[in-house]
Write a protein that binds this ligand. Structure first.
Ligand SMILES: CC(C)(COP(=O)(O)OP(=O)(O)OC[C@H]1O[C@@H](n2cnc3c(N)ncnc32)[C@H](O)[C@@H]1OP(=O)(O)O)[C@@H](O)C(=O)NCCC(=O)NCCS
Length: 335
């Protein structure tokens, strides 16, 4: 017989507030065309991207995360001291130690909240959300803050015509807290490490260090576009369906679909495969935000709520997928 008392958590968890931050500088496709041989028409038709935001020197990973978090906390109507855990998902913070989450927890004014970074690429928000739900239901934290933040412009090779137009910068945050009824469904998640070479950093930091006189070797994110595209279209629609099934939701029960904002053609294809009715609002933030990896889902969610395209209480399917190849899909009630 165990002597350990059971944890006392909330019966369920929900997203209570979201916030986003997009860098001031808007970068149209014309700027991308200065360094690659392409056309505005090609970029629009193959990716759906028209503009993206690139951060300036002041818009650091921490600064963008703080802005988004402040808005999410205000939206949730709680005080920073009530936050028991800060989870930051990022692959583009250039100082690995200490975790940027610890600085954010301090600067937000939390009461020494537990804080850590996770690396799950474009699945990062879903991974963080799943951890946050667990913490709230377990009682380890009454409220948890999940942040997805990227400065992918730092890791983009502007001469690589396969990726130069894809990536953007920004931050999205969500406060997760107690709920009387289920509002974050079971997560369907996983990783396919056998395919992990299809999205990767070109050069190891250690190799760059040992060859530092060749700045052109600075690491960037590269990908095998077609292989990733096929995987996303075929495999991720199945995962999305599994998340609907796990939550006991049929496509006609759904109000909103917020897939990772990687490529408009992937989004359109998933909508078709899932046979989503026209009544479902689909996030298409990629058009003006580009692919912001871990930040893409909370940024898209925040925009749909801010524009009134989605409303509080709506049932939304969120699915992130990317480097790893890691993925996570969940049905949530919007804050
Ligand atoms: C990157 C991506 C937009 C490229 O589109 P694509 O249709 O697969 O393009 P391909 O690589 O097959 O190239 C098609 C043709 O366009 C050309 N091309 C490639 N990049 C180009 C560019 N920037 N401008 C103009 N032409 C380009 C290629 O040379 C090729 O020409 P060819 O047919 O004469 O050989 C697409 O593969 C994609 O979105 N992949 C998934 C990205 C993604 O979701 N990543 C997730 C990360 S989380």
């Amino acid at each position: 017989m165990s002597k350990i008392k059971p944890s006392k958590g909330a019966p369920h968890a929900r997203i209570l507030g979201v916030g986003g931050y997009r860098p001031v500088r808007v970068v149209p496709n014309e700027v991308i065309l200065e360094t690659i041989d392409s056309s505005d028409e090609w970029i629009r038709s193959r990716s759906g991207i028209v503009t993206r935001h690139w951060a300036n020197d002041e818009e650091t990973v921490a600064a963008m995360a703080l802005e988004a978090s402040g808005k999410a906390i205000a939206d949730a109507g709680i005080a920073p001291e009530q936050i028991g855990a800060v989870i930051v998902s990022t692959v583009s913070n250039f100082r690995q130690t200490p975790a940027v989450a610890t600085l954010i927890a301090d600067q937000l004014g939390t009461d020494k909240a537990a804080a850590f970074d996770i690396s799950a690429g474009c699945a990062g928000f879903g991974y963080g959300l799943t951890l946050a739900k667990g913490l709230v239901v377990d009682g380890t934290a009454e409220y948890a803050l999940v942040i997805g933040v990227e400065r992918l412009s730092d890791l983009t090779d502007l001469t690589d015509r396969k990726t130069a137009f894809l990536f953007g910068d920004g931050a999205g945050a969500a406060v997760v807290g107690p709920s009387k009824e289920p509002a974050i469904g079971p997560t369907v998640w996983g990783s396919e490490g056998d395919k992990s070479e299809t999205i990767k950093q070109t050069v190891w930091w250690s190799d760059y260090r040992d060859d530092a006189h060749r700045p052109e070797r600075f690491p960037a994110i590269t990908q095998e576009g077609q292989a990733v595209f096929r995987w996303a279209v075929f495999e991720m629609a199945k995962v999305a369906q599994q998340a609907l099934d796990a939550a006991g939701i049929s496509p006609s029960d759904l109000d909103v679909f917020i897939p990772h904002q990687a490529n408009m053609r992937i989004i359109d294809s998933m909508v078709k495969t899932l046979k989503l009715p026209e009544s479902v609002t689909v996030a298409r933030d990629v058009e003006t935000t580009g692919n912001t990896s871990a930040a893409s889902i909370p940024l898209a969610m925040e925009r749909l709520l801010a524009t009134g395209e989605a409303k509080s209480g709506d049932t939304a399917l969120v699915i992130g997928f990317g480097a790893g190849l890691a993925y996570a899909a969940t049905v949530v009630t919007l804050p």
